[in-house]
Ligand binder design. Structure first.
Ligand code: COA
Length: 705
């Protein structure tokens, strides 16, 4: 009988740890890990395992894991790759719950088969694997440092999950040097079994963790990751740093959506959708996390800048605008609150400028007044070194103010700028884990992050929406294309499918001869367009297979003959099914709507300005599916050209509701019909409000079987 999955708690709070490969040699990783476990004050049972037996660091060594007397929650495997499977088998026989495989030499160097063999064996035997190819794990809760890092981790409230090993190890030293308090630090390496989502499930519930920082290189099981992150960000801020921003994935994809959906754009959009904050650098990530782990959520949107320097006050004001931080602008109230504590030359218009003549008492008074007032929700306290302010009083003042604000649950951030004595003050406060920034922009960026998180938290999540569709009819179209050996739908099949799901398409029919073409054109009414229908001609315009704006019978006859001639000349072997005669679509705003199965995140949708400029302007936005109308609208509002939909310079607004509706329908297809990998409507023409939107052309690709 297989054992059930162990509770993730025992990964972070193990009661006993065995180190397979604990070495007698002080220079080896297996020795250093044992040493860190011991010196980090781990209170549980420690079992070094090494066939040589003896003693290491005053701990009795067991020659094999089977000889250990008690239960084992966590095993650390530090033996060369070729011995890992046997070590895992022995650990599973001992019914260990978790196994941290430090060893390298698996999928990261192409040895995926051995990695899969290890993981499937472990899973069948109820043991979960972290790694392989990791530096280990630190948990403040246990407490235990099961890494081969430099030690000295400062316990605190930031949890770090990192995919990069070396960078993660360096983060241990860096966070310690900067006094960033850590609740947990986990290396996920190859993510062969456990991944970020499993860890976040625990960290979200862990009361020690107040913010989560992830360093991500690639995503596995994106759909689950999104779900987990959505749940996490409803409770705690999550910050992500992702490398590989410049890589454009899926470059050779067969659709615009594919080539435009560079992996980074999709990643960024999905993270935003899940309420995750994105940091551009490790420094920014650290800044955000250390601030967010020491502050609560504001009670409202209004920030106030208190400064003793006019210049940095203006810099901070600019930064507030950039980072979406609203400054309280109720001048009367500001005067009431700050008038009594602001010197005559100062200003009570936000920023509150106490001027360079302000003493520490006046500065403290202004911060106390801001704390008292309920209309002020966040305070940005800026300090410039002056002779009027006794610099020795700075760190006690910041420390006590920070404490009072923390008790009152009102966020405050400090920035101090000046010479060496200011840096000393900043360093002293860092030891108390009070973040003070020497750069105003960095401080305001953190408040911006707090507000992004705040807005996400106060926006109630709406359920996902999906439309129902006639599946048998869709499956029949797909089956027909498959039977024909195709991985795409012909234009008429794609149109039929779009009509089934309710995306408005122009009237059209396929003519098989000249007489039929004329009859269809007369039925539809002029003007019409004509397009060749052939499985062998994908780029119809390039092959001279398209004629537009045909006004009468004679033009239709000429176009029919020209298209046939051109198509045969362009692709002599082409099998031509016929010529499609369609209603000529009136001019409107050309948009593009796409949907595809993303290799990382599963179904996604794309929206942008369409037509011929889409590839150049790349004015597009993405969302993961499932989603709802509100999310579709926010995706649409992200593109630069969105004002065109709202109507500019006296134009009437476009029929935004109908565009939202079309996107929801496309999103529903990509989620429900797994055999369809790509859908692209380019253009979707939007008309004025009440006039709807029309899909001019639809391309649909199928999964290869
Ligand atoms: N059970 C228990 N102990 C075993 C064992 C087994 N089946 N097989 C070997 N050992 C012992 C060895 O006797 C040795 O102990 P000793 O020094 O006292 O003799 C110890 O385990 C280590 O084995 P060794 O062969 O010396 O390996 P190593 O220390 O040179 O390398 C790894 C082992 C795991 C560190 C190495 O293979 C590796 O993968 N390094 C990369 C790790 C890494 O960078 N990970 C990613 C970080 S981000």
């Amino acid at each position: 009988m297989t054992r059930p999955n162990p509770d993730i708690r025992w990964l972070f709070e193990p009661r006993s740890i065995a180190v397979i490969g604990a070495s007698h040699d002080a220079d080896k990783i297996g020795h250093k890990m044992l040493q860190n476990i011991i010196t980090s004050g781990y209170p549980g049972r420690i079992y070094p395992i090494n066939p040589k037996g003896g003693e290491i660091l005053n701990h009795q060594v067991f020659k094999e894991i089977g000889a250990v007397p008690g239960e084992i929650d966590l095993v650390v495997t530090v033996v060369p790759g070729k011995y890992v499977f046997d070590a895992v088998r022995a650990a599973a026989a001992k019914e260990a719950k978790f196994n941290l495989i430090i060893s390298s030499g698996f999928s990261e160097v192409g040895n995926s088969e051995e990695e899969r063999r290890i993981v499937s064996f472990a899973r069948e035997n109820g043991m979960r694997i972290l790694g392989p190819n990791i530096f280990g794990l630190y948990s403040a809760k246990a407490p235990v440092d099961i890494t081969f890092g430099p030690g000295g981790i400062v316990p605190g409230q930031v949890a770090i999950i990192t995919q990069s090993g070396a960078l993660g190890l360096a983060m241990i030293g860096k966070t310690a040097a900067e006094h960033i308090g850590i609740s947990a630090m986990v290396s996920v390496g190859n993510k062969a079994d456990l991944n970020e989502a499993d860890l976040i499930d625990y960290l979200v519930k862990d009361e020690n963790t107040r913010s989560i920082l992830m360093y991500v290189e690639g995503v596995r099981d994106g759909a689950r990751m999104i779900e987990t992150l959505k749940k996490a960000t409803a409770l705690k801020p999550v910050v992500v740093i992702k490398s590989g921003r410049s890589q454009r994935g899926a470059a050779a994809a067969a659709s615009h959506t594919g080539s435009l959906a560079g992996s980074d754009e999709v990643f960024a959009a999905v993270m935003r959708q899940a309420g995750v904050l994105r940091a551009e650098s490790i420094k920014e990530g650290f800044n955000l996390c250390r601030f967010l782990s020491r502050t609560g959520i504001p009670n409202g949107p209004n920030a106030v800048i208190v400064t003793n320097g006019g210049g940095i006050g203006v810099l901070a004001t600019d930064a507030c605008e950039k980072h979406g931080v609203a400054l309280l602008d109720d001048l009367q109230r500001l005067q009431e609150v700050f008038g009594p504590v602001t010197p005559g030359f100062g200003s009570t218009k936000n920023p509150i400028d106490l001027t360079g003549g302000a003493t520490d008492r006046e500065y403290e008074g202004a911060l106390a007044a801001a704390l008292e007032n309920d209309a002020i929700h966040v305070v940005i306290a800026l300090y410039c070194e002056t002779a009027m302010f006794d610099v020795d009083k700075l760190s006690p003042l910041i420390s006590s103010t920070h404490e009072r604000y923390e008790k009152a649950g009102k966020p405050v951030i400090f920035s101090a700028f000046g010479g060496g004595s200011i840096d000393d003050n900043i360093a002293r406060l860092a030891e108390e884990q009070i973040p003070v920034f020497d750069d105003v922009y960095e401080a305001v960026a953190c408040v911006g992050g707090l507000y992004k998180h705040y807005r996400h938290r106060i926006t109630p999540p709406l359920p996902a929406e999906e439309i129902e569709m006639d599946r048998p009819a869709i499956d029949e179209i797909v089956r027909g294309a498959r039977a024909d050996g195709r991985t795409f739908l012909l234009a008429d099949e794609a149109q039929k499918l779009m009509r089934i799901v309710g995306v408005p398409m122009p009237q059209s029919k396929v003519a098989h001869n000249l007489e039929e073409a004329v009859a269809i054109a007369e039925e539809i009414h002029y003007p019409v367009v004509m397009k060749v229908v052939s499985r062998d001609i994908l780029h119809k315009s390039d092959a001279g297979g398209v004629a537009l704006d045909l006004e009468d019978r004679n033009e239709v006859i000429d176009a029919y003959q020209a298209i046939m001639r051109n198509a045969r000349a362009a692709v002599p072997t082409a099998r031509i099914t016929g010529i499609e005669v369609a209603e000529m679509i009136q001019k409107g705003l050309e948009l593009i709507v796409g949907a595809r199965q993303d290799p990382g995140f599963g179904p996604i949708v794309m929206f942008g300005l369409g037509g011929i400029y889409v590839e150049v302007l790349k004015d597009i936005s993405f969302r993961a599916v499932p989603l709802n109308r509100a999310e579709i609208l926010s995706m649409m509002a992200e593109i630069r050209a969105y004002p065109l939909l709202r109507g500019v310079r006296g134009e009437d607004p476009k029929d935004i509701d109908k565009v939202v509706d079309a996107i929801l329908r496309i999103a529903s297809v990509i989620r429900q019909v797994e055999t369809i990998t790509d859908i692209e409507i380019n253009p979707l023409v939007a008309y004025e409000q009440g006039q709807g939107a029309r899909a001019v052309d639809a391309r649909i690709l199928l999964a290869k079987v």
